[in-house]
Ligand binder design. Sequence first.
Ligand code: THU
Length: 132
Amino acid sequence: MTISDDDLINAAKEAREHAYCHYSGYSVGAAIIDDQGHLHVGCNVENASYPLGNCAEAAAIAAMVLEGGKRIERIAVAGGPGDVAPCTPCGGCRQRIQEFADENTMIITMDDSKDWQRYSIAELLPAGFHLD
Ligand code: THU
């Protein structure tokens, strides 16, 4: 079964409902389709010790790795302080996504125009750090 981009965005919105974000009040959900066509989701989880909080993308990537996914085919990110609002992945999450991305990976997120946009990792993280 193929998951449409709209369904993937909805999965990110649903994951967002589980966000633990008492400190920022900013909830984020992420939904990944991996190289096998499997869905993995995550939400942000904050902590009283602020730097220990985790981003939604990190949680979704961890779920993907745990369940055997090797590569991100598509990832949708939905976030905001109330209703879904523009929320492009933070710098650290761009690096996290790059680890499991290739030139075909699509990152779907709402930009400042409040439209859902599709980006490649090269667009979001030009000249990103690689070990190889
Ligand atoms: N956050 C994410 O989950 N992903 C991002 O790409 C941007 C920021 C979370 C972290 C924190 O819990 C809240 O949003 C506010 O920064």
